[in-house]
Design a binder for this molecule. Sequence first.
Ligand SMILES: Nc1ncnc2c1ncn2[C@@H]1O[C@H](COP(=O)(O)OP(=O)(O)OP(=O)(O)O)[C@@H](O)[C@H]1O
Ligand SMILES: [Mg+2]
Length: 228
Amino acid sequence: MNNTENVIEIKNLKKSYDHGNIKALNGIDLTVKKGEFISIMGPSGAGKSTLLNMIGALDTADEGIIKVAGIDLMKTKKLNQFRSQEIGFVFQMHNLIPNLSVIENVEIPMYETNANSSEMRERALELLKSVNLEKKIEQKPTKLSGGERQRVAIARALVNHPSIILADEPTGSLDSKTGEVILNLLKELHTQENVTLVMVTHEPYVGNMAERLVTVLDGKCKTDEKLR
Ligand SMILES: Nc1ncnc2c1ncn2[C@@H]1O[C@H](COP(=O)(O)OP(=O)(O)OP(=O)(O)O)[C@@H](O)[C@H]1O
Ligand SMILES: [Mg+2]
């Protein structure tokens, strides 16, 4: 794949809940180029998280076209493989497993690969060092601060070298200083490793860090603004 290819192609994507009563996505059109950094903003309930869930194949759409990393998500039967190979999730609820240590949490996505246990340990350690958590690898997530947990989630998101990182309000629960650390970390990954970054945020200054800002309103992409 070269740099100008679209890594995400979405056309007229629809998703409703509650037997069609709640139209969470009402005809989304969105393309994202490989290596791009976009932010998604819009009011609460607009459909932002639903859209991220569709891109990461955590849920399936009702109709429309959604192709991610060359895979047709409406058709493929290999959703687990797609998720573990292509996507890194940084969601606010972290989903860290409380009774596993930090390093074990980071290793989880590698169980879907052919890596052996020493390769897994080595890769997890390398990433935990890069987010400055090497001193906490044996700790349980419940003993960590919010920012530290978020950094574990980022390390875990990167462990399988994903082509796309989906971040849902990655700084939402953090103080501004810790939020800045997390944002810089994500931005660095985007610039140094050419990872495609799709980030949902409520904060305009965070949204403005992206190369492009997409506004979602009532389940549709309303504006699509080039920032740099
Ligand atoms: N699993 C679900 N079952 C029923 N309704 C849902 C479900 N998930 C989302 N919705 C509804 O779909 C709509 C879009 O929700 P979504 O979570 O995508 O909004 P959002 O833009 O992420 O909002 P927020 O900024 O508050 O996180 C909302 O009306 C929400 O109540
Ligand atoms: Mg949301």
